[in-house]
Write a protein that binds this ligand. Structure first.
Ligand SMILES: Nc1ncnc2c1ncn2[C@@H]1O[C@H](COP(=O)(O)OP(=O)(O)OP(=O)(O)O)[C@@H](O)[C@H]1O
Ligand SMILES: [Mg+2]
Length: 480
């Protein structure tokens, strides 16, 4: 200590050198608050040279807005060390602490403030808060999507005397799956009734009085999927301010969680789902203690999971666990024996609904039986609703059907039998047909682009090129 004093005495620059070496702003006043010295960091902080500040009282500088508030004034007034958030030039924010320097008798002889820039910290905290608000917004939106089925009340699962073997078998399996309480998988093409079947399994199962919660993995960004499913703990995202939120798995307590489009779930979440299936416990984001949930999971996909396992995009252990109880919803073209009954069922339904007396010509029924139905039952149902509403006469004839149904045979024969068409014309015709099929299958141009493996903008250009007329009803897109 003595040596240090000697050194300071012989070498006053040493004292200044030390204060200048500190990264914080240092501000020294006497016991009245008159500025004795500031370091270079302070000059930068106030955007003012030392010469303007030294000799002036903190109260005057505070009044002039050089800083707001003066932490030294506060410390002197309160007779103790004080910390504040201080605003200086250009709205930058500093956390400032005022210290009182006392002599042996305890009398204040000087005051020192040091301040640290927290503008970036504040900015980051604000950014995090914004992110959390966004997350909240997404979450509400996703939950709305999850409940969308609530609004679809009225769509009854049809289960009359099916004639095709594939449908009879599927129904038997569905009943067996409903009677047990294990994870099950529903596979099948789009529109074949997977989502409806998941609801049916739930409503036939012993969990029928519990909630049925649905989450569509394809419609939620990967980064949000985990927090939606498993929830997050208080403080996981923005430190102390974050509220925490239970996941959908919690919302499904005592009931069924329907994971639609499970093929879209990223690998790391597949592991978490597998863990849940094995232990019935899961870890919300940011949590230390695993939580328990009594939930049955039903998953659905229109993708070839076995193929995905081979490619390495789907975990084999999860696949084998899910594959124990699988039901395949038949495509309509694989259950042609049921097409006519289904068509008549929907015709009666929509005749009643719209107070009409439409009926089909023999030709129409024949076309129905031959057509491929890429959009399956959904396509049939939508088509018949439109025909009931739009056809001019009571008799619905081939001329009322969409072009693509009539064209199916023509296009497949074009390459060999037409001597008029050139190859580019044939290719264009086929391209057009593929686009129309994909839109019918996907019910949206986004999904259609995905099926076709092209960008949505390319698809839109082609739709314009071929003058394909689209109709959007209740957020579904059809080809006119
Ligand atoms: N067995 C059925 N009984 C009644 N309606 C059915 C049946 N199967 C399918 N549908 C009809 O087809 C529509 C599509 O069914 P659903 O949404 O369950 O298909 P999906 O296989 O889940 O399709 P996606 O793969 O596009 O999600 C339903 O809105 C429903 O009206
Ligand atoms: Mg579905």
């Amino acid at each position: 200590m003595e040596r240090l004093f000697d050194l300071f005495h012989q070498n006053p620059e040493l004292f200044i050198g030390i204060l200048e070496s500190i990264n914080d702003a240092i501000y020294i006043t006497d016991q009245e608050g008159t500025t004795l010295w500031i370091n270079t960091v302070s000059e930068t902080m106030f955007c003012l040279p030392r010469s303007v500040i030294i000799g002036r009282n903190v109260r005057d500088l505070e009044r002039e807005g050089v800083y707001k508030p003066s932490v030294i004034r506060k410390a002197l007034e309160e007779g103790k060390n004080v910390s504040v958030v201080q605003e200086v030039a250009e709205g930058r924010r500093y956390i400032a602490t005022g210290h009182l320097v006392k002599n042996k008798e305890g009398r204040v002889i000087a005051a020192v403030a040091h301040s640290r820039d927290i503008t970036e910290v504040v900015k980051n905290a604000t950014k995090l808060q914004e992110i959390e608000e966004l997350l909240d917004k997404y979450s509400t939106y996703i939950r709305k999507l999850a409940n969308v089925r609530e609004n679809r009340k009225g769509v009854e699962y049809i289960n009359f005397g099916w004639k095709s073997n594939s449908r009879v078998t599927a129904n038997k399996i569905i009943e067996k799956i409903a009677a047990v309480d294990t994870m099950s998988l529903i596979v099948g093409e789009t529109g074949s009734g997977k989502s409806l079947t998941a609801e049916r399994i739930h409503s036939l199962s012993k969990r029928r009085t519990g909630p049925f919660v649905e989450i569509n993995s394809a419609s939620i960004p990967d980064s949000l999927l985990e927090s939606e499913l498993f929830g997050y703990e208080k403080g996981s995202f923005t430190g102390a301010t974050s509220k925490g939120k239970p996941g959908l798995i919690k919302a499904a307590e005592g009931g069924t969680l329907f994971l639609d489009e499970i093929g879209e779930i990223p690998l790391h979440l597949q592991a978490k789902i597998l863990h849940f299936l094995q232990s019935k416990t899961y870890l919300p984001i940011g949590a230390r203690e695993p939580q328990h949930a009594d939930v049955r999971i039903i998953a659905a996909t229109n993708r070839d999971l076995e193929n995905m396992v081979t490619e390495g995009t789907f975990r084999s252990d999860l696949f084998y666990r899910m594959n124990v109880l699988t039901v395949k919803m038949p495509a309509l073209r694989e259950s042609r024996n049921d097409i006519e009954d289904l068509a008549i069922y929907y015709l009666n339904l929509f005749n009643d609904k719209y107070n009409k007396k439409k009926h089909f010509s023999d030709g129409v029924v024949k076309t129905f039986l031959q057509y491929d139905w890429p959009g399956n039952v959904r396509e049939l149902e939508n088509l018949i609703e439109r025909l009931v509403i739009l056809s001019e006469d009571e008799l619905i004839e081939d001329k009322d059907l969409p072009q693509k149904m009539m064209k199916q045979n023509i296009t497949s024969s074009v390459p060999y039998h037409s001597n008029k068409a050139t190859m580019p014309e044939i290719l264009e015709e086929m391209e057009k047909k593929m686009i129309i099929d994909a839109i019918e299958k996907g019910n949206s141009t986004r999904k259609a682009a995905k099926f076709l493996g092209v960008t949505q903008s390319l698809l839109m250009r082609r739709i314009r090129k071929y003058n394909i007329q689209l109709v959007v009803e209740e957020s579904k897109t059809f080809v006119k």
